[in-house]
Design a protein around this ligand. Structure first.
Ligand SMILES: Nc1ncnc2c1ncn2[C@@H]1O[C@H](COP(=O)(O)OP(=O)(O)OP(=O)(O)O)[C@@H](O)[C@H]1O
Ligand code: SF4
Ligand SMILES: [Mg+2]
Length: 328
């Protein structure tokens, strides 16, 4: 990944963000008091088991879901709680790319029409230059502009994902939120898409919030890693430190569940056992305690705070609480 020099000011700042769904079983808190920052040109990976709230968080950040509480700032200006009209000019700075381009691309629109629509929607729609801009976008994502009159079904999965990326880039965003964009692709096609995202970042200082289940991709692409469990970020660390010295038992278990990566962590680490509890009835105290091999008495009683770990990271685990008296 490209080195970033981290400026003082984050591009995106999220503070105590919570998102609740109303369900027949009661309120379901899918995102619970989440805080983090993303700096210009940075890739923050977001990992965690299915249902931990990753997509919900991404959808709240782009305004598709209304947060229940918390603050979102873009370039220092608050965006949570804005009306649709107020949010529109800012909206283009944040673009969401989904896992399944088949579902997100309109099958009845040619690639040219899809990209033209995106360009015009955000005021880049000078008719005389539109076609040239469409061609430039396609070239930027490594697709032949001569194919622009074709329809989504005429492309492979990897090519369709490039079209989705091109559509997102049409509005010159500062941050792409990539929600499992590689998971439906073959390994070699995945690698090419990752390479594309990496070169786009180097070219134009794009930032990424990169949601994935693939820790191999995280290691190769991300500058920092955030781990979600039942709606909370339980660990956030620089990538290398995360893989070498995970600071939360859940992260240790996630890493240990991947044989390819296990060799890189030191010693035998616990496997993940049991199911993720329902977010409708989260366990008291540390939500991970029913599955945690290191749980002790305090864990079922109190919710852990965010304890500082190396290089400005944090872990929500009492074992990292400097005042904790239990054995670490
Ligand atoms: N529209 C909705 N209504 C009610 N509950 C929802 C809704 N969308 C998501 N949820 C619930 O919110 C929680 C978080 O879901 P989310 O899709 O954000 O998880 P995820 O981390 O993206 O999972 P995956 O890795 O499977 O994509 C889950 O318990 C899910 O069932
Ligand atoms: S706070 Fe306790 S239960 Fe939670 S992760 Fe740490 S040791 Fe395990
Ligand atoms: Mg998801």
């Amino acid at each position: 990944m490209a080195e970033i020099s981290r400026p003082h000011e984050p591009l995106l700042s999220v503070r105590d963000l919570s998102v609740e769904f109303r369900t027949p079983g009661g309120p379901l808190r899918a995102v619970d008091a989440v805080s983090f920052e993303i700096f210009p040109g940075e890739t923050l990976a977001l990992v965690g088991e299915s249902g931990s709230g990753k997509s919900t968080l991404a959808r709240a950040l782009v305004g598709l879901l209304k947060p229940h509480a918390g603050r979102i700032e873009l370039d220092g200006a608050p965006i949570a709680g804005l009306s649709r009209a107020e949010f529109r000019p800012l909206r283009k700075k944040l673009q969401l790319v989904f896992q399944d381009p088949h579902a997100s691309l309109n099958p009845r629109l040619s690639v040219s029409a899809t990209l033209s629509e995106a360009l015009m929607l955000h005021g880049h729609g000078d008719r005389r230059t539109l076609d040239a801009r469409v061609c430039a976008l396609l070239a930027r994502v490594g697709l032949d502009p001569a194919l622009r009159q074709r329809y989504p079904h005429e492309f492979s999965g990897g090519q369709r994902q490039r079209i989705s990326v091109a559509r997102a880039l049409a509005v010159e965003p500062a941050l792409l939120l990539c929600d499992e964009v590689t998971s439906a692709l073959d390994v070699s096609v995945q690698a090419q898409l990752i390479e594309l995202l990496r070169s786009l970042q180097t070219e134009s200082k794009l930032s990424y919030l990169f949601i994935t289940h693939d820790l191999g991709v995280v290691r190769s692409l991300a500058h920092r890693v955030a781990v979600m469990y039942l709606g909370r970020i339980v660990e956030l660390q620089a990538t290398e430190a995360f893989f070498e010295r995970p600071q939360h038992p859940y992260s240790e278990a996630l890493l240990a569940s991947i044989p390819r990566l296990r060799a890189a962590t030191h010693g035998a680490k616990p496997r993940l056992i049991g199911e993720v509890p329902s977010p409708l009835h989260p366990p008291a105290g540390c939500a991970f305690h029913p599955r945690c091999p290191r749980a002790f008495e305090r864990c079922a009683r109190e919710i852990p705070g965010a304890y500082a770990v190396e290089a400005a990271g944090f872990s929500r685990c009492f074992l990292r609480d400097p005042s904790n008296s239990a054995p670490g």
